[in-house]
Design a protein around this ligand. Sequence first.
Ligand SMILES: NC(=O)c1ccc[n+]([C@@H]2O[C@H](COP(=O)([O-])OP(=O)(O)OC[C@H]3O[C@@H](n4cnc5c(N)ncnc54)[C@H](OP(=O)(O)O)[C@@H]3O)[C@@H](O)[C@H]2O)c1
Length: 347
Amino acid sequence: MTETNRSWVLDSYPDGMPEAGNWRLEEAPRPTPGAGQVLARAIYLSVDPYMRGRISKAANYAAGVQLGEVMHGGAVAEIVESDHPDWKPGDLIETMGFGWREWAVLDPETTGPNGLRRVDPSLGPIHAYLSYLGMPGVTAWLAMQDIGRAKPGETVLVSAASGAVGQVVGQIAKDAGARAVAVASSADKLAWCEEIGFDAGVNYRERADDLADAVKEACPDGIDVFFDNTAGPIHDAAMKNLALGARIVICGMVSNAGTFDQPDMGERHLRRILVARARMEGFLIFDHMARWDEARRALAAMAADGRLKFKTDRLDGIKHMPQAFVNLLTSRNFGKQLVQAGPDPTA
Ligand SMILES: NC(=O)c1ccc[n+]([C@@H]2O[C@H](COP(=O)([O-])OP(=O)(O)OC[C@H]3O[C@@H](n4cnc5c(N)ncnc54)[C@H](OP(=O)(O)O)[C@@H]3O)[C@@H](O)[C@H]2O)c1
């Protein structure tokens, strides 16, 4: 990593599915921290589906990135200079307020998702703070605790099951004594899901024409918990297979990435919700920052005793950021998508 700061800046809003050309790479000198601030260098940059909402003009739960601004994003980083008493050079941090860049001046007094959280390398590889020990894992854990509440013998269907959130949800379901069923786009991804404990799988591409039947074959007693990471046709197929008292966790809608600004058109399932006396609830991790450590401790314990395995998909070099993001939205990632932007001092 050099004295130059390379940053990806939003150049245009996507018209449909984002393309790598929606961003441009800019170079500037490495910044200098002001009073009370720290300078950090990126080690791993996180690539997440929620970023689609930040580059849309449509209303969202958080402010969007304006044209010409550095793209929003999280990172695991190392503090290099500090003018703050609580932080010193060499400290490792995770923050969702880093941005797609090599160097960032950060304010340690920031609270919420963009605040600085310490990374403890003894809990796992430091990039895990962007995956199973970070936002995706914490999302899986808390949404399953609060909404999914899987019980022994129940069936839990998980969409985008080989991804960052999905892998963890499946293993939490198994840990609770439930049957876990994966939905994914390929045989390779389903094989990985089986390897980490899922009991069955549905290839939603191969079975696109009779997806509800495929879900029924994999969930013959119906679905008690549907952890919905995708929306779209997978959602419709799951809704046709609800068991009595089903809980539906609305976590994400990655299948709408190409139609983000349009109304989410599809089938209506109100009768099925009524008949199954089902409960559908949206979950947003940013409402639960106070419980982040509680979730992380539980996930670290699962990983430490072998109950949680995890796959990461890593590209090397900040030049890959836009393409890595497009890959995520088009099923070309396999596991948590990361970009390594600089050397990992713990590797
Ligand atoms: N609510 C919250 O607080 C919260 C927090 C974190 C994440 N999320 C949401 O959780 C979901 C998963 O996020 P993640 O970080 O774990 O990403 P991820 O699953 O690691 O990656 C995205 C995956 O989505 C699947 N996908 C892409 N296009 C699809 C389509 N058209 N239809 C069906 N599946 C498609 C792909 O898997 P396949 O190869 O199987 O298609 C891809 O690997 C996202 O919707 C995200 O926005 C929500």
